[in-house]
Write a new protein. Structure first.
Length: 144
């Protein structure tokens, strides 16, 4: 079965190093060049969004996989960290992304299915699978 979806957005320049990300039917988002490259502080950059997209997709995929394997949990959070480096002959690139999901469970009996859901989420996350840099996962599962 062939599946195809198109996602689109528009960027509008607002002056200096600022702009607006517009996605039809969704709230506009102020954007800018990151402060590391001369942009103003406090505004989301493409670099922020790139790393965030890995975390957001992993979150969504984990929720789907937890349902699939019938794993229950009390809470979930995930920190995503991207490393941007200058690479010889290529310029600046993200050279790695590390996802640090933390899942709270009610009892140890849920640990195995939660770990399976985390493994499946890493395997099937469409955004991280589309990235050219390595994506690692450092999960923590704990009874809360």
């Amino acid at each position: 079965m062939e599946v195809s979806h198109t996602f689109s957005n528009d960027i509008h320049w607002d002056g200096e190093r600022r702009g607006t990300l517009a996605i039809e039917g969704k709230a506009d988002l102020p954007i800018s060049t990151p402060p590391e490259f001369g942009g103003p502080p406090g505004i989301i950059s493409a670099e922020d969004l790139f790393v965030a997209s890995a975390g957001v997709c992993f979150h969504s995929t984990f929720l789907a996989m937890a349902d699939k394997v019938r794993a229950s949990f009390v809470n979930f959070s995930c920190r995503a960290e991207g490393t941007l480096e200058k690479v010889e002959g290529k310029g600046l690139l993200f050279t790695s992304i590390v996802l640090k999901p933390k899942v709270g469970i009610a009892d140890l009996g849920e640990e195995r299915p939660i770990k399976r859901a985390l493994e499946l989420a890493k395997k099937y996350c469409l955004v991280t699978n589309s990235m050219s840099c390595p994506v690692e996962m450092e999960p923590v599962v704990e009874v809360v």
